[in-house]
Design a binder for this molecule. Structure first.
Ligand SMILES: [Zn+2]
Length: 309
């Protein structure tokens, strides 16, 4: 038997929802625990994890991170230092770790284990963990408790992300729970994964429709698709649109060229906002990691190669 406990970090924001979920999986036989995503390096949060472990007479045997983003991973180094457990991460993860994890690898704690699934898309160093006894998926930022995930270039890419969702649907159709990196536990995994896949397909259709209806730049596409969305979320939407456009261009379904003019202030507010000023310096690092660097993004215009109809 495995007991799964949640410790929520005190780092709420638009992108981290109520804060990062840290999970503690305790093997009932041996009292050995696996900690997934110790979160940001907040001392109080790490102490909560340790206290919860002590309350359950358990000790941390292993630490695993779903991906290297600053709201998931830095706490792992703190917890590792204080527990001397081994730290497991994707082979390409920039966070220093003890064990490179590849697709299909097992991470053991006591007599229990989770199986790693290579899950690129939100980032390329992303892993999902499957715990077979409870048929539970620990999805990090691949699937959230509510809302949808930001897929932002260059750290993330749309087609790999869609392939990851397809793989989760195919390989884990009988999963009972999803423990997401942010938000509440999901008790109908198959429905949620299907909803996530449909949402991506719908947004892509909307992007193509916007191009067919005369939008040519990312700010114009965003204004069409996200007309009902509060404008302070448009910069995140712009990164999302870019991810679709890059995929479509790679598939030779659209072309793009640089527009040789400076962006207007309204375009700059969407394409390259000053995050530190908008969300404060504390959250700016997380926002920049989640939404990708936009400093180098020139204004381009995009056209369908074969306009529909
Ligand atoms: Zn992330």
């Amino acid at each position: 038997m495995i007991t799964t406990l949640t410790v929520r970090a005190d780092n709420p924001s638009a992108l981290t929802l109520d804060g990062t979920n840290t999970y503690l999986l305790i093997d009932a036989d041996t009292r050995e625990a696996l900690c997934i995503d110790p979160g940001p390096d907040l001392d109080a949060h790490i102490s909560h994890i340790e206290d919860l472990c002590a309350e359950h007479s358990a000790h941390i045997a292993a630490i695993a991170i779903t991906h290297g983003h600053p709201d998931h991973a830095p706490g792992a180094l703190l917890l590792q230092h204080r527990s001397s457990a081994r730290l497991y991460a994707h082979g390409t993860c920039a966070v220093p770790h003890n064990v490179d994890v590849s697709d299909g690898d097992c991470i053991a704690f006591g007599s229990a284990h989770v199986i790693a699934v290579d899950a690129p898309g939100h980032t390329f160093d992303h892993l999902v963990f499957y715990e077979p006894q409870g048929r539970a998926l620990f999805t990090g930022d691949v699937i959230l408790g509510h809302g949808y995930v930001v897929i932002a270039p260059p750290g993330g890419a749309m087609r790999p992300y869609q392939n990851t969702l397809a793989r989760l649907a195919t390989e884990f159709p009988d999963a009972l729970r999803i423990y997401p990196g942010h938000g509440e536990v999901i008790t109908a995994p198959a429905e949620r994964i299907a909803d996530y896949r449909a949402h991506r397909e719908q947004r892509e259709r909307e992007t193509i429709d916007a191009l067919a209806n005369g939008a040519t730049t990312i700010p114009e596409i965003v204004a069409k698709i996200y007309a009902q969305t509060p404008q302070h979320l448009w910069p995140a939407a712009a990164r999302q649109v870019l991810a679709y456009l890059l995929a479509l261009e790679e598939e030779s379904r659209i072309t793009s060229q640089p527009l040789h003019r400076q962006p207007t202030p309204a375009e700059t507010a969407i394409l390259a906002p000053n995050w530190a000023r908008i969300v404060g310096s504390r959250d700016a690092a997380v926002v920049e990691a989640e939404l990708g660097s936009n400093n180098t993004q020139e204004l381009r215009d995009y056209h369908l190669i074969f306009p529909p109809g």
